[in-house]
Ligand binder design. Structure first.
Ligand code: FAD
Length: 378
């Protein structure tokens, strides 16, 4: 096997590159931006369980530890899930991505910055590097080039617009509860939700995501006014989030997709860091097996089965929320609260893997009143 090219130096692409290099394979990375980790387009919330399972080195990038969440239904019915211990971390996404990049540099992985993939024809990659056209040969390509992936455009059928959300987020000074994230199924967040993710008691990331045809910046303004938040805005960022069903095939000859490029995001929240990193491990393990043991690259789809089961469940929960009238979601929150869902999620909740608690919910007699709705999600 000759050169393997990873397109995109996000955490997912770099994780795949590191795994391949450590297995003795020739790998290089191309990244369209001048600096890895910029611009930041992320709220940076990741589960403690996910970090532990992946063995992530996050000390340098953690800015806050989160103990739970306040989730508000459309009419403001609140569910509060609060644990004694840390359940999630808020990270500085620039520093988080830089940790992967510095490791790649230490391992002598060539990372070409300011180098954008334009097209792929057979084993030729057409790049624009430092403003000049360039041709690079590659025996295998991993598309880790994010939500608007060019690699996906080249190899996979076009994904309809309803599989994406349009997000807008500000980082602002104000007064916040530093322990809890807030999630609002608000009227201004059609098809998704608004969030407040605190860095501490005076700075938070406040965002909203909407269907693609809506204007999330306008909607965030309305949400902030409605909430009466007094903010001093420090930064703004907008980006798309993939929220479609998990893709069943991510191997196209010698081209593979991973991370946001391959829809490894949770359709409930848009979070994609932890799932994307698990998928990066599956992708690189498949390539190593292909090179060393002559196994097929399509084994990747099988290795993704567990991740896809969780992602499918997130997608069903999203479909339930989007296809159910607001008043019925309010009723669901009301009944769930009365049935003790807050205590249940405090003990059994899992941000990434709904299967770890859905089954337990079905076995809990106090929650049986929620069965009709729950069954639509499993
Ligand atoms: C507003 C917002 C908030 C979010 N909040 C969270 C959160 O709280 N928690 C969470 O887990 N996830 C969150 N996400 C999702 C998360 O940011 C992504 O799932 C994650 O970044 C995916 O990693 P990746 O490496 O697949 O893609 P990316 O991080 O997007 O990296 C892709 C890389 O490819 C590069 N690239 C793209 N095209 C090309 C090209 N043609 N040539 C060369 N390079 C290219 C890009 O510059 C980029 O560096 C959020 C997303 C948004 C938009």
């Amino acid at each position: 096997m000759g050169m393997i090219t990873i397109v995109g130096a996000g955490p997912v692409g770099l994780q795949a590159a590191l795994n391949l290099k450590r297995n003795g394979l020739d790998v290089s990375v191309i990244e369209e931006h001048r600096e890895v980790g910029k611009p930041v387009q992320c709220a940076g919330l990741i589960s403690k369980t996910g970090c532990r399972e992946l063995g992530l080195n996050i000390e340098e990038s953690v800015v806050n530890e989160i103990k739970g969440a306040r989730i508000f239904s459309p009419n403001g019915t609140e569910l509060t899930i609060r644990k004694k211990e840390t359940t999630a971390f808020v990270v500085d996404r620039y520093k988080f991505d830089q940790v992967f990049y510095k490791k790649a540099v230490r391992e002598n992985i060539p990372v070409s910055l300011n180098s954008k993939l334009i097209d792929i024809r057979k084993n030729s990659l057409f790049l624009e590097t430092n403003g000049h056209g360039e041709l690079q040969k590659s025996d295998l390509v991993v598309g880790a080039d994010g939500v608007t992936s060019i690699v996906r455009h080249v190899v996979a059928p076009e994904v309809p617009q309803e599989n994406f959300m349009h997000a807008f987020q500000v980082r602002a000074k104000g007064i916040f509860n530093p322990d809890l994230v807030e999630v609002y199924l608000d009227e201004n967040a059609g098809g998704f939700f608004a969030w407040i993710i605190p860095e501490n008691n005076s700075i938070a990331r406040i965002g909203i995501a909407n269907k693609m045809q809506e204007n999330p910046a306008e909607n965030l303004k309305k949400f902030i006014e409605k909430k009466g938040l007094v903010l001093d805005v420090l930064d703004r960022a907008g980006a798309m989030i993939p929220v479609g069903k998990p893709m069943q095939n991510l191997t196209f000859g010698r081209i593979m997709l991973v991370g946001d490029a391959g829809f490894h995001t949770k359709a409930t929240t848009g979070g994609g860091i932890i799932m994307g990193l698990h998928a990066a491990n599956a992708c690189s393990e498949t390539i190593v097996d292909f090179v060393k043991n002559k196994k097929s690259l399509s084994e990747y789809n099988k290795r993704l089965a567990k991740i896809n089961r969780e992602l499918a469940m997130h997608w069903k929960i999203r479909a339930f929320l989007n296809n159910t009238e607001k008043s019925r979601i309010d009723d669901f929150f009301y009944h769930a609260k009365k049935a003790g869902i807050e205590d249940f999620l405090q003990d059994h909740g899992d941000m990434d893997n709904p299967s770890r608690f859905m089954g337990k919910m079905l076995r809990n007699p106090r929650l049986w009143g929620l069965l009709p709705a729950l069954l639509k999600m499993v």
